[in-house]
Structure formats: C-alpha cells, structure tokens
Design a protein around this ligand. Structure first.
Ligand SMILES: [Zn+2]
Length: 128
C-alpha cells in the first residue's frame, strides 16, 4: 500500500526532472527521489553519456555523500513530455539497490496502479 509519504516522494521526483529536463539534448530525462529511514529525501536526475548514470545512482550518491546509510523507499519518473510516468529501475540499478539497501522499497507502476515492492522482488535469485 502506498501512503501520503510515497505520494510526496513521487512529487519530489517529478519536481526535480521538471526543473531540470533537457528538452534540447535529452541529457536529463528521468528524476529520482529517495527517502531515508529518518525521513530525509534526496533527489537526482540522470546524467546521459556513453557511460552515464541513472537518476537512482545520483540520488543515492547524493544521500551517501550527505552521510545517509539507511534507505527506505525510492522512485523514478520520466520527463514531463512523457507525463512524469513512473519508470522501474533498470537492471544495473536493481543490482546497486540490492547491494546498498537490500530491504529498500521501490515504487513502480503496474496494471493495478502504483505499487510498493521490495527490491528483492525485482531481482529474484540474486547472489548478492
Ligand atoms: Zn538504472
């Protein structure tokens, strides 16, 4: 079940990509918001390059840089021209989240609406 805190997290992800969306070169097209267990929220946008970084990496890196280590929930959304729809983490991000926060929850869009799932459900049988 998602709650008001989750809706606020989605709103933060929307705000950061809407503020930084790069419609000319499309270098920044996804926004992520990460809530720590203490309630603090960190955001990020993707950085596009041949070996660029997803928004989830930027958000978690920003949180870690600020000294955070306990993570509760993360969400990523697409650019405003794609209606800020939720985007589930790519394979690389799933692995990173599993290693940094094996009990983190992820907000994803499903046929039944927005769901909150554990990262372990998104990366079954992971050796790490
Ligand atoms: Zn990713």
């Amino acid at each position: 079940m998602i709650d008001d805190n989750d809706l606020k997290l989605i709103e933060e992800a929307k705000q950061v990509i809407n503020k930084n969306f790069d419609e000319v070169d499309e270098n920044h097209t996804v926004g992520a918001a990460l809530r720590c267990k203490n309630g603090n929220i960190y955001v990020g946008v993707n950085v596009y390059a041949v070996h660029g970084s997803c928004a989830e990496y930027i958000a978690i890196g920003t949180a870690i840089t600020a000294g955070e280590r306990e993570f509760d929930t993360i969400v990523a959304v697409r650019s405003p021209e794609k209606n800020n729809t939720l985007i589930s983490p790519c394979g690389n991000c799933r692995q990173m989240l599993m290693q940094y926060a094996p009990d983190i929850k992820v907000l994803i869009q499903t046929e039944d609406g927005i769901q909150k799932v554990c990262i372990k459900e998104l990366l079954p049988y992971s050796p790490y």
